[in-house]
Design a protein around this ligand. Structure first.
Ligand code: ATP
Ligand code: MG
Length: 213
């Protein structure tokens, strides 16, 4: 008997009968991307049966611009691409960089919805990011565009504002942050096993975080 899932058999469903795509959106500055981001992406994808998790690189992260020097978006995108190179189902997205200006998740979710109106969207946040949801641009629209998914993050204090319905997914708790990694690189302390090797190579090649450029 022919296998209905085998593309060779000619029995592949026509596009209009394909099931809804389930797309996760993990936004961030990714300056640099680290194992905390990747472990989150991989485990939420598995836990919720998502087709893909997009690691969406913020163009101008409006919450951070006043605090410190952010690496150029092109460098952060290159690092995320290097981080996900071996991962089926995890992709780097430059949608916010192409859009330009300040990066609001609500605009990104609307753009993804416009691209594929049938897709189901999942906005993935660490607990520390979820605490501030109330302050996000058009926060009231987020929950109607996407299911909000929150993962624990060691050291995070505070609660997700109650008005946001959230789904929680258990992921291994890793006390890793880009802030700590930037300091490690600056000070010459080890980052091995905290950063994917391709990311470390790019940081060295582009002299990020350590030297005057
Ligand atoms: P920074 O220290 O510069 O703020 P970061 O490590 O928090 O960097 P971001 O790019 O700010 O990384 O985070 C993007 C998203 O990933 C946020 O939703 C954040 O909560 C989540 N995230 C980052 N690190 C972890 C981690 N170790 N465990 C779970 N979620 C994380
Ligand atoms: Mg952060």
């Amino acid at each position: 008997m022919s296998d209905p899932t085998d593309p060779q058999s000619g029995n592949v469903d026509p596009p209009d009968r394909r099931r809804t795509r389930r797309i996760g959106v993990l936004g961030g500055t990714f300056d640099p991307p680290h194992i905390g981001h990747l472990v989150t992406a991989v485990n939420v994808r598995y836990g919720l049966g998502l087709d893909v998790v997009l690691m969406v690189v913020a163009n101008v992260p409006w919450q951070k611009v006043d605090d410190r020097q952010i690496s150029p978006a092109t460098d952060r995108l290159a690092m995320v691409r290097a981080a996900v190179v071996d991962d089926e189902g995890i992709e780097a997205s430059d949608i916010e960089i192409r859009r330009g200006g300040p990066s609001y998740s609500v605009d990104t979710l609307e753009a993804l919805h416009a691209e594929d109106p049938d897709a189901e969207l999942f906005l993935i946040l660490g607990a520390d990011a979820a605490v501030g949801l109330d302050t996000w641009e058009r926060a009231e629209d987020l929950a109607s565009l996407a299911t909000i998914v929150v993962v624990d993050r060691p050291g995070s204090v505070g609660e997700t504002p109650r008005r946001f319905p959230v789904v929680r997914v258990e992921v291994p708790r890793l006390e890793v942050s880009s802030t700590d990694l930037r300091l490690r690189i600056r000070d010459g302390r080890p980052t091995r096993y905290l950063l994917p090797p391709g990311v470390s190579e790019l940081i060295a090649a582009r002299k990020l975080y350590c030297c005057e450029r």
